[in-house]
Design a protein around this ligand. Structure first.
Ligand SMILES: NC(=O)c1ccc[n+]([C@@H]2O[C@H](COP(=O)([O-])OP(=O)(O)OC[C@H]3O[C@@H](n4cnc5c(N)ncnc54)[C@H](O)[C@@H]3O)[C@@H](O)[C@H]2O)c1
Ligand SMILES: [Zn+2]
Length: 632
């Protein structure tokens, strides 16, 4: 047993998950589960799933919590009655990788009964985060242990309506409260929707708020078969997975904590069956929000190219989504000041997908160290809302070095101008990109680079000029505020590179996607770079001109904006075909994936390659087909 005192400390995160013995962790999970089942959760679902249960699964994969459905405990005093149907839990996938394993299993079982991927039909519904129940038309039961539940028919006697005013007897579903209703009327009285849901069910008399929610149809019983769905073939699911997930997550005005995918084909469902915990033909996808708690060893200020100071925390090496994290950045110094991000503090980190991990919050604050002066130039720092900033933009070494390395990094058609090289150049009075383009081998050697390095750097400079790049990339390399790759491309879809310096605020605001505030920042930014721009531009960079949106629109054809891959030997030169395709608004890639719409094949293409593409939902067409679609 864990004492209440210890449990409270874990909840408050005074005791962190890593400090618990395996047995203590197991007991804590059971305690949290029972509290949740009885309608009084002690921690959030994310903390339960992604911190406590995830850690337990690592340490004790055979813990009973993973083997059978999570017990309801003694929340309901009533005698348990046999459920008309088994109500199981649902297997979970937290990543595409786990989803694809499920798909592989389906494919294998499908093959046994003669179904290929394309013939497997799938349905997706929002996973309701409510209170599970089964309505046989006469009585309503809780899920209990999956076989026997408690009779809670009183909820219907209290006037609870069924979603979409459907009738009774529609089987399994959840008692839920509308999100908008909860936020408007209940959020101040109940910590989580679950506390409210359970108050609807409990034996004791309903309070006024709950009665009103029932009458207002703010609370409802939602049979799963009445939920809106996405459905399609397995091939479509594979091709548009992310799109489907985001679409399904927002289908209903109820709390949703994932997407339930299930097989429609009856014979395949029978083939796959169930184990003690879940049906094998069903899976719930939950966004992987990996979260860990770590101790901070040190916090260092880092000066960015725009002068913003970022706190970089060195942390105890920690495994997060498969990578060992040792350094993480806080978004701004406001986090340090307000939340106490100091040496010895404990922070919560998250990482979703491949994104750099970030600090979500500070759990245990410690005294902080806020620098008064810029570490690079020594000038006093100033606060700009949450950000601590070095405003010495013209002369701060860190900012200058940051801007120069950014230029070469964004061009992405050269090597060698990383931070170490640029720092060395800076130490020898090189202060801008345009100065770098005036260098020669002798000068570099005089600065102290070896002969080979010097020759290489100069040839990399030539390469950056001669190797073709998009004009919007060239513009973005100047690192103006609000002028990342996307905005630069948008701007150049309406105006030519050399005309943008004369644009008025109004002309920019008139372009789709540019608000007035952004337009102001852009005009200022352009003024600030114009001299440097002119000096660099004179080297005649090999720039690909962006096609104007208005020209693209006259090129409307079936393949417009589609992603295609060319393969095999073509009648026309392949490079010409690629170039032409881009010109008419087709996105050309080199590798086949689920994101690709068409594979255009020339001669001598292996059958295997074609089959692989088709498996990924890619439509295959010949060169002749292709040409007929783009000539108007
Ligand atoms: N906060 C806590 O302390 C705590 C403790 C335990 C469990 N939990 C939460 O409970 C969940 C796991 O519990 P579980 O085993 O009851 O449920 P589950 O996640 O295994 O899901 C199974 C249930 O999902 C329901 N469901 C919702 N939408 C559905 C749909 N569209 N189609 C089919 N079924 C649907 C069904 O009622 C089914 O019984 C976790 O998400 C966890 O976050 C939280
Ligand atoms: Zn500075």
């Amino acid at each position: 047993m864990l004492s209440q005192n210890i449990i409270d400390k874990i909840i408050r995160q005074d005791i962190l998950v890593d400090e618990l013995l395996d047995e203590e962790l197991s007991i804590f999970c059971q305690t949290a589960n029972l509290a949740y089942r009885s309608g009084k959760p002690i921690i959030s679902n994310e903390d339960y799933d992604f911190i406590y249960l995830a850690t337990l699964k690592n340490k004790e994969p055979n813990n009973p919590l993973f083997k059978s459905i999570e017990p309801e405990g003694r929340a309901f005093a009533e005698e348990k009655v046999l459920l008309p149907e088994l109500m199981l839990s649902i297997d979970k996938a937290y990543s595409w990788n786990e989803m694809s394993k499920w798909i592989e299993r389906l494919e294998k079982s499908g093959m046994l009964i003669g179904l290929d991927l394309n013939a497997i039909q799938i349905k997706a519904t929002p996973k309701l985060d409510g209170f599970a129940g089964f309505d046989d038309g006469n009585r309503l039961y809780t899920r209990g242990d999956g076989k026997k539940g408690s009779d809670i028919s009183r909820v219907f006697k209290r006037g609870l309506c069924v979603f979409k005013d459907s009738g009774r007897g529609l089987g399994a579903g959840e008692i839920v409260v509308k999100k908008s209703y909860f936020e408007k009327y209940l959020v101040h009285s109940f910590e989580y929707p679950r506390n409210f849901q359970s108050s609807l069910i409990k034996e004791k008399a309903l309070d006024e708020q709950a009665q009103k929610a029932i009458i207002d149809k703010g609370a409802l019983f939602v049979p799963f078969i009445k939920l809106p769905i996405w459905s399609g073939s397995m091939t479509e699911l594979v091709a548009k997975f992310e799109e489907i997930v985001s679409q399904v997550l927002v289908m209903v005005d109820f709390d949703v904590d994932g997407v339930v995918f299930e097989v429609i084909n009856i014979d395949l469902k029978t083939q796959m069956g169930a184990n003690r915990k879940f049906h094998r033909w069903q899976i719930a996808f939950k966004e992987n929000k990996d979260i860990v708690q770590v101790k901070v060893l040190n916090v260092m200020p880092q000066v960015g190219r725009s002068g913003k100071i970022t706190p970089v925390a060195e942390v105890e090496p920690t495994l997060l989504s498969g990578a060992t994290i040792v350094r993480v950045t806080g978004h701004h110094y406001g986090l340090v000041k307000e939340q106490g991000l100091g040496i010895g503090s404990v922070v919560e980190l998250t990482r979703s997908g491949l994104v750099i991990p970030k600090i979500i919050s500070v759990l245990k604050p410690m005294p902080v160290d806020i620098p008064d002066n810029c570490l690079s130039c020594g000038m006093p720092l100033v606060w700009e809302s949450d950000f601590l900033v070095c405003v010495n933009h013209k002369n701060c070494p860190a900012q200058i070095i940051g801007r120069i390395t950014y230029f070469f990094k964004v061009l992405a058609n050269n090597d060698g101008f990383g931070i170490a090289t640029v720092e060395k150049l800076y130490a020898h009075n090189i202060r801008s990109v345009s100065q770098i383009y005036t260098l020669n081998v002798e000068r570099l050697m005089a600065i102290g680079f070896g002969e080979k390095t010097s020759i290489n750097l100069i040839s990399q400079l030539s390469r950056s000029i001669s190797e073709k790049i998009e004009d919007w990339r060239f513009l973005a390399a100047f690192g103006m505020h609000r002028m990342g790759l996307g905005n630069c491309e948008n701007l150049l879809k309406s105006y030519r590179l050399n005309d943008i310096f004369d644009l008025t605020l109004e002309q920019i605001t008139n372009i789709d996607g540019f608000a007035e505030l952004t337009a102001q920042v852009i005009v200022q930014g352009l003024v600030s770079i114009v001299d440097e721009y002119n000096q660099i531009y004179q080297y005649n960079f090999n720039l690909d001109t962006t096609v104007f949106t208005k020209d693209l629109q006259t090129l409307m054809h079936e393949l417009f904006d589609k992603r295609i891959v060319f393969t095999g030997k073509m009648n026309c030169p392949r490079n010409e075909m690629k170039k032409h395709a881009k010109l008419v608004g087709i996105k050309v890639s080199t590798t086949i994936s689920t994101k690709i719409d068409y594979l255009v094949i020339g001669s001598r293409v292996g059958q295997k390659k074609i089959q692989n593409a088709e498996k990924l939902g890619v439509v295959v067409m010949t060169e002749a087909d292709y040409l007929s679609k783009i000539t108007m």
